[in-house]
Design a binder for this molecule. Structure first.
Ligand code: GRF
Length: 193
């Protein structure tokens, strides 16, 4: 009998998307959020994982880039897909090679604009507003060796109104993320696996 796909969520900070994804799939039997991987031992996502009863794995830069610690752990948990939800480091080559087309990321803007190194967190929303954009949105994309450059899977937009602050835009973007990220994951994982 085929077992359900096993998903690892990587996050570096608050982890509200990680929580939303875990809650969306809880009890559905479609896929399993098997573990949360985090590069920051003080990140709130670890608290959320604990409350959700999901195991977490914390690693540092050396573990990630100079050892097989994370890849070995992914293999030992039989992870099928990796979802980056607010994860800030580039994925090293051995992990990319082990998961071809099975690592996805969410970016809080309409790529290819407002992406790349340094474009994360409030910086993205500040830049969108400073440029006078009338719309922004979210991009879900495959992950490759460059920041925010993998093939785009899905985008959704929201309006940017005159007077919107970066915080207001961030809140709108989060709503889009909560609405669409789980359903895009469901479609992708359940269609392919
Ligand atoms: C999200 O806006 C996501 O698009 C970006 O980082 C943010 C993470 O937020 N990559 P949270 O930690 O899920 O609340």
């Amino acid at each position: 009998m085929k077992t359900i796909p096993r998903i690892a969520v990587f996050a570096s900070g608050s982890g509200s998307n990680a929580q939303r994804i875990a809650e969306y799939f809880a009890g559905k039997g479609l896929l399993k959020i098997t573990a949360v991987y985090c590069n920051n031992s003080g990140a709130y996502v670890l608290e959320r994982a604990k409350l959700l009863g999901i195991p977490s794995v914390v690693f540092n830069r050396n573990d990630f880039y100079n050892s097989s610690f994370v890849l070995d752990d992914l293999k030992s948990r039989e992870i099928d897909w990796i979802v980056l939800a607010g994860f800030l480091w580039l994925i090293p080559d051995p992990i990319l090679k082990a998961y071809p087309q099975k690592i996805i990321n969410i970016h809080p803007a309409l790529l290819p604009a407002y992406g790349g190194k340094g474009m994360f967190g409030m910086k993205v929303h500040e830049s969108v507003i400073a440029a006078g954009e009338k719309q922004s949105g979210i991009t879900i994309h495959h992950v490759n060796e460059l920041y925010d450059e993998g093939d785009i899977i899905f985008q959704a937009t929201c309006k940017v109104h005159t007077g919107d602050t970066p915080e207001m835009l961030a809140a709108k973007i989060h709503e889009l993320e909560y609405e669409y990220f789980p359903v895009v994951i469901e479609k992708l994982v359940c269609e392919i696996d």
